[in-house]
Design a protein around this ligand. Structure first.
Ligand SMILES: [Mg+2]
Length: 187
């Protein structure tokens, strides 16, 4: 089968990692319960930042957010390794900015994610993912972001939603824990 995955907040816990970095950088101690209650993808509000300040903070921290020790979600790495070992095709579709694509692929490889030449798509807009998903004729695709999921309503691909606090309103098969992935795929 052909499996496609978003990376940030689907396979790896990027926002939580960034949230911890913000606490450190800003000398704050905003609790994780605040993080888990966020109703939007952006994380700056609990730090008292405006949207403009939040965007500036995010962009200036990007390298540190992306390429330090962001953990993957429990069992995500092993799940993809198992799929690859079973002969399935694994694709990554991430809208990280173009200038970080090469380094992102190297970082993912260093974490142990199975990456086949030509199976790593990066640097598109959220709304451009759908064309790639259709072109690849993926059997399954997993993402967390409502703005992406909204574009995937008429695809033949089985779309699975990685559960996050900001996507509770989206009605799709919901992946709460990666150990449940195969159960959702085969359901
Ligand atoms: Mg994502």
């Amino acid at each position: 089968m052909k499996f496609g995955f978003d990376i940030d907040d689907t396979l790896i816990d990027l926002r939580a990692h960034a949230f911890a970095l913000y606490n450190k950088k800003l000398g704050k101690n905003v609790g994780l319960e605040v993080f888990h209650a966020l109703q939007r993808v952006e994380i700056h509000e609990p730090f008292g930042l405006t949207d403009a300040e939040g965007a500036a903070m995010w962009n200036s921290s990007l390298e540190e957010i992306y390429f330090t020790d962001c953990p993957s979600f429990e069992r995500a790495l092993e799940t993809l390794q198992d799929l690859a070992q079973q002969g399935h095709d694994i694709y990554y579709i991430t809208s990280r900015p173009k200038q970080y694509c090469e380094q992102t692929q190297a970082w993912m490889k260093a974490q142990g994610f199975p990456i086949t030449e030509g199976h790593f798509f990066c640097g598109m807009q959220d709304t451009e993912k759908v064309a790639i998903i259709k072109e690849l004729a993926l059997d399954v695709y997993v993402d967390d972001k409502p703005a992406v999921l909204e574009t995937l309503q008429d695809v033949n691909t089985k779309v699975i939603l990685k559960n996050q606090s900001y996507n509770k309103h989206v009605e799709l098969p919901r992946l709460n824990h990666w150990q449940d992935f195969l159960g959702l795929v085969n359901n």
